[in-house]
Design a protein around this ligand. Structure first.
Ligand code: ADP
Ligand code: MG
Length: 691
């Protein structure tokens, strides 16, 4: 079967630059956080809908509420002589004095259109100061006759720096017009009727442009429908993939454990029972007739690496080669050093292959891999480059698997015949969902942590307590400890209390210059970033100010404090990952979650969950439960398992979607409408595997 995305979907997969108002700069911002195609924009769903015209009396409106009022203008305070000052309109409404404040205002629009004694209609967020009510940069201001220009129901989107709600609404309004008119229905009719679901297009349209109360009330139905679509698409893809790659392994391994046992002798700790049980799972896979396809789940710091090494050494003892792929150079290097050390007593050859390695050495390593001299090769994406050829690859281990896509996974598998596959992940997926997300991979779990660990103490503090935190860390620094300081990289335009990473870096550098603070974030050049983390690792710096780039598997055991600013902006699973960067030794570690002024009630509950438990699986369940849809910045992952809409349907529907998918794929009934679905959710890379 040859698969091509149906051509009538092309408009949805064109770049968003074709939408009026999205120039190169906006494109860059959107591409990073939302995606670069029209369809990505459509899947960026609003987290709430506000009713702008449903207003309380000014007397009863709390600070921060979004309201719309008619205001009689009484005075202008111009910023003509000092453009750094705001331009202000003073007015009256319901016996209150009103200030309408415009920052960064230049030009003459306001003077011309809203003169003294005119009545204007203003809509936006208010702040109260005693008897004065302030609108700062209001969302809308019109002469009163133009009141119709203010939308009644307005979807509110998760935002990112430089992108405001207005821009998103406008762009998405355009994007909606690009949805082809006659999409086929892929959900069986019976299910649609039972649930009273709208069509895919109706659901998207009504979520983005609610015009009536009915649409607002039905939001959850629309979301359910889309969520089902996504799971269904994912499952179809996974079933196709499974069908293609289920092969029998004729050369089963022998149960050889001598190598691993010998290495264990040099270790200064004992494996936990849970680690041993997982190792048994792996041995039985390796020695069976079917190819291993297993995912090893274990909380951060639970010791997954060593379990994977057990499998690797079994394969090597069976005279085959092993590959271990990790998402970053730093992590690869850490694995390399650990494995080299750990296997020192054996006569086996370990190699590191990253993009840093110079050309001559690379050629030599590539040769040694292809002639079978090297037993284990560890590396980044470089491992799947076409130039890497193995003599006899027996197992591929992929660490932090959610950072890789299905294509990358299948490329490693294609480096040998009947290659066993082991995926490692610390992103705890709730048990109820793991089957849906991972399809039919077998699952092993490391359930307990090494015994020498002290529980990390987690504290919750408002951002205003910054000075207090500063004092606490300065004590720790004097004590030779190391500190991670994490900030969300992008500030939301609306929220003024988000301090950007660079700012924090400057401030901390001033206060702690003798500990050489260093900076790492996703927008730095890879090389620079890794160098910075390395400085922290080698004690040249003792404070690492970072974005979430450090969430992936870095093991720096002597770091004992992690401070997370605006913790309410992160998902719980992500916070858990971040917290897992400390508590990696027998030293007492701390995690300090700092929240901003605008934290919601749910936000507070989420942070409390973090404080009260360290069970990653429990946290992952709570993450789904306590996630106000869209409240958290989605971290876009490159893996194919990224689900955007999962929180909106229940377990029964997840299973239903899976059953449909199994049925369709196993009976070869993958029809046009399914291809459309799979394409829409960008899962077509799976289906390409069939051609
Ligand atoms: P993760 O599961 O997060 O990948 P690692 O494999 O990096 O965890 O292990 C974290 C640290 O714990 C490493 O320094 C490792 O050597 C150590 N470790 C692994 N297993 C044990 C154990 N059973 N007892 C004590 N320390 C262990
Ligand atoms: Mg790890």
């Amino acid at each position: 079967m040859k698969f091509q995305r149906p051509s009538f979907l092309y408009p949805l997969f064109s770049e968003i630059t074709l939408i009026p108002g999205i120039g190169p700069k906006t494109f860059k911002l959107l591409e990073n956080k939302i995606g670069k195609n029209v369809i990505d924009l459509l899947f960026h769903l609003p987290h709430t809908v506000i009713n702008r015209l449903n207003n309380l009396d000014l007397k009863h409106c709390p600070t921060n509420s979004i309201i719309t009022k008619k205001i009689l203008i009484t005075k202008h305070i111009s910023n003509f002589y000092n453009s750094r000052r705001p331009y202000k309109l003073i007015g009256h409404c319901e016996n209150f004095e009103i200030e309408i404040i415009f920052f960064n205002y230049k030009g003459q629009y306001i003077e011309k259109n809203f003169p003294v004694n005119s009545v204007v209609i203003v809509s936006g967020k208010i702040n109260r100061f005693n008897e004065i009510i302030k609108f700062t940069n209001p969302d809308y201001i019109y002469e009163v006759s133009q009141i119709k220009k203010i939308p009644k129901f307005e979807p509110i989107y998760p935002l990112t720096a430089g992108i405001n709600n207005k821009l998103l609404r406008k762009s998405i309004g355009h994007a909606i017009k690009l949805i082809p008119p006659d999409l086929p229905e892929w959900i069986p009719k019976k299910v649609i009727l039972e649930n009273n679901w709208p069509t895919f297009s109706e659901a998207l349209k009504s979520i983005h442009i609610p015009n009536t109360m009915i649409e607002v009330d039905n939001r959850s139905l629309y979301l359910q429908r889309l969520s089902f679509d996504e799971v269904f698409a994912n499952q179809l893809g996974m079933q196709v993939y499974k069908k293609k790659y289920q092969v029998l392994n004729v050369n089963k391994n022998k149960r050889k454990t001598k190598y691993f046992k010998k290495c264990l002798e040099n270790l200064n700790f004992n494996l936990t029972n849970s680690q041993n049980e997982c190792i048994e799972d792996l041995y039985s896979d390796l020695c069976s007739k079917t190819q291993m396809k297993r995912i090893l789940q274990g909380d951060v710091g639970s010791g997954k690496t060593i379990v994977a090494i057990a499998a690797i050494l079994n394969v090597i003892e069976n005279s085959k080669q092993a590959a271990l792929m990790a998402p970053t150079e730093l992590l690869s290097t850490q694995h390399y050093n650990f494995i080299k050390n750990f296997t020192e007593s054996l006569n086996i050859k370990v190699a590191l292959l990253t993009s840093k390695i110079d050309k001559n050495e690379r050629i030599s390593i590539l040769n040694k891999i292809s002639n079978g001299y090297i037993d284990i090769v560890i590396g980044t994406h470089s491992l799947i480059s076409d130039r890497v050829k193995f003599n006899n690859l027996g197992i591929a281990v992929i660490d932090e698997q959610h950072k890789f896509g299905v294509i990358q996974r299948s490329k490693v598998l294609a480096k040998g015949e009947n290659v066993h596959l082991l995926l490692l992940t610390a992103t705890p997926i709730p048990r109820s969902l793991s089957m849906t997300v991972y399809g039919d991979l077998d699952l092993s779990e490391i359930k307990e942590k090494p015994k020498n660990r002290k529980k990390i103490i987690t504290k919750i503090l408002p951002l205003e307590k910054y000075e207090k935190v500063k004092m606490a860390i300065s004590r720790a620094l004097e004590n030779k400890e190391k500190i991670y300081w994490v900030c969300p990289l992008l500030e939301e335009t609306e929220t003024l209390d988000l301090v950007s990473l660079n700012n924090r870096f400057k401030i901390l550098t001033k206060s702690f210059s003798k500990f050489n603070p260093t900076l790492a974030h996703g927008k730095m050049d890879n090389h620079e970033r890794e160098k910075s983390i390395e400085r922290f690792f080698n004690n040249k710096s003792r404070i690492l100010i970072a974005s979430t780039v450090i969430e992936v598997g870095i093991d720096i055991p002597d770091a004992t404090i992690i401070i997370i600013e605006n913790a309410e902006r992160f998902g719980l699973a992500q916070l858990h990952q971040l917290r897992g960067r400390v508590g990696r030794s027998s030293l007492q570690s701390y995690c300090i979650l700092m929240y901003g002024k605008n934290i919601s009630e749910i936000g507070k509950l989420r942070l409390k969950t973090m404080r009260d438990t360290d069970d990653g699986f429990f946290i992952a369940e709570k993450d789904l439960e306590l996630r106000g849809p869209g409240e958290v910045f989605g971290t876009r992952q490159s893996g194919e398992n990224e689900l955007k809409l999962l929180p909106f349907i229940d377990k029964e529907k997840l299973i239903l979607a899976k059953d449909f998918a199994i049925d369709i794929v196993s009976t070869n009934n993958l029809n046009f409408e399914h291809e459309v679905l799979v394409s829409l959710f960008n899962k077509d890379e799976y289906i390409k595997l069939m051609s």
